[in-house]
Design a protein around this ligand. Structure first.
Ligand SMILES: NC(=O)c1ccc[n+]([C@@H]2O[C@H](COP(=O)([O-])OP(=O)(O)OC[C@H]3O[C@@H](n4cnc5c(N)ncnc54)[C@H](OP(=O)(O)O)[C@@H]3O)[C@@H](O)[C@H]2O)c1
Length: 390
């Protein structure tokens, strides 16, 4: 299928474009497909962005796969116009009630070139510029969006370099802001060799903030040490709890951001924080240390239950953390400052790496899904919705 040959009306070659869709069918089946959608005529304050790069982040995969068991995925359709189906268990279907039979576009963020602008001066000023945008439906050849939502990338920045300007950079910055605003002096991060984790290390090194990284593989310790991390603890090591406690004593970290969620790690962090707090306490308290210890679960890499024994006194909290409410809380101006920092440091602090660039059709290949679906360290994919179509 080709967007140009699909064009039946409209004067632009971008009058129609392909878009990736995810549908949860009522009979418990996920269906992934590509559809041709008409590009809207931009309103005065809007622009049309040709999306040339959009990352496949874990949060995108939540919407994309709809909780389906992707080991059951089957291909249908043709090479140019593929479709994929996979089964969803009855238990997961209960959580999908809000999206059953809706054909949903996917892709939180992306970058590309403004190819059409509405009549307003703000929109016109963006014509031909390379911009980064956030707001869903980025796995599309063309995306209509308000000019004010476009982050103009510094000259010489490619769409691939600017594709991940929001989700991971703003979350990493948000962690440091949250740490400061809640009176903590250093932080802990899990699944720390992730794309986001590497950014967080660069921020903390640059801004002189104490950071304790937790990874689960020896080679991931090396990745973080190479970029300058001081404290990296391997949860797979027999000395993990001791190593973690020492790092907590050294940094004074009392807040953690946990991307994993399931399993024992969140509780182990609070336990180690309690031991560290008691080690430095001036007097004994029979209710446990009076230092507040906090874990924010901000991802669900392990979907299993969060398990913990309350061996950490009474001054603790465990809760969720999400980027969007954080940005709303700090307000537009503060959030804009963070976005501007990301744009300026997009090739350094906030640089992302991808193992492969794929087209929309390739994103629906079973063998590609098997790779990017693993969410492995250094295994992030980039979708170029216009690959092979222009
Ligand atoms: N709350 C928010 O607002 C927000 C915003 C942005 C991102 N996030 C979350 O941030 C996390 C990182 O995102 P990313 O794009 O940086 O990820 P990424 O680069 O794709 O890396 C994923 C990391 O998770 C690890 N991992 C995967 N499954 C795991 C499991 N079951 N247990 C432990 N570790 C596991 C991988 O390590 P291995 O190689 O060892 O598998 C890898 O280092 C994700 O959980 C994402 O949902 C949340």
């Amino acid at each position: 299928m080709n967007a140009k040959s699909e064009t039946t009306h409209g004067t632009h070659e971008h009058a129609h474009g392909l878009q990736l869709r995810s549908t949860v069918k009522k009979e418990g089946v996920l269906e992934l497909s590509l559809v041709s959608v008409a590009t809207p005529e931009p309103k005065p304050e809007e622009v049309i962005v040709r999306i040339d790069a959009s990352p496949i982040n874990p949060s995108d995969q939540g919407l994309l796969f709809g909780g389906a068991d992707m080991s059951t995925a089957k291909a249908s359709g043709t090479a140019d116009n593929p479709a994929v189906t996979a089964s969803i268990s009855p238990a997961v279907m209960k959580a999908m009630a809000g999206r059953v039979e809706q054909s949903l576009p996917v892709g939180n963020e992306g970058a590309g070139v403004v190819v059409q602008a509405g009549a307003s001066p703000a929109a016109h000023a963006l014509m031909g510029r390379t911009v980064a945008i956030l707001g869903g439906a980025m796995y599309s050849q063309y995306r209509c969006i308000k000019a004010v939502q476009c982050l103009v990338l510094p000259p010489g920045t490619t769409p691939a370099e600017g594709a991940s300007c929001f989700v991971n950079p703003l979350t990493a910055l948000g962690m440091v802001e949250t740490m400061r605003s809640q009176g903590h002096k250093a932080l802990v991060h899990t699944a720390a060799a992730s794309n986001l984790g590497q950014m967080l290390n660069k921020i903390c090194i640059k801004d002189n903030v104490g950071l304790v990284n937790i990874v689960r593989k020896r080679e991931h310790v090396d990745i973080l040490k190479r970029i300058g991390a001081n404290y990296v603890c391997n949860s797979d090591s027999p000395t993990f709890m001791d190593d973690l406690t020492e790092a907590l004593v050294a940094t004074g970290a009392t807040v953690a951001f946990d991307a994993i969620g399931g399993g024992k790690l969140a509780g182990q962090i609070l336990t180690a924080m309690e031991i560290a707090a008691n080690r430095t306490a001036k007097e004994y308290s029979r209710y446990g240390s009076t230092t507040h210890k906090q874990v924010y679960i901000y991802g669900g890499l392990d979907r299993g239950p969060t398990e913990f024994n309350r061996t950490f006194g009474m001054a603790w909290g465990m809760g969720g953390w999400l980027l969007t409410p954080f940005l709303q809380k700090i307000g537009f101006e503060a959030a804009q400052k963070l976005r501007e920092r990301v744009a300026v440091e997009i090739k350094t602090t906030f640089a992302s790496t991808y193992t492969k660039e794929i087209s929309l059709a390739e994103a629906l290949r079973i063998e590609e899904i098997a790779v990017y679906g693993k969410q492995a360290t250094g295994g992030k994919y980039l979708i170029n919705p216009n690959k092979g179509l222009r």
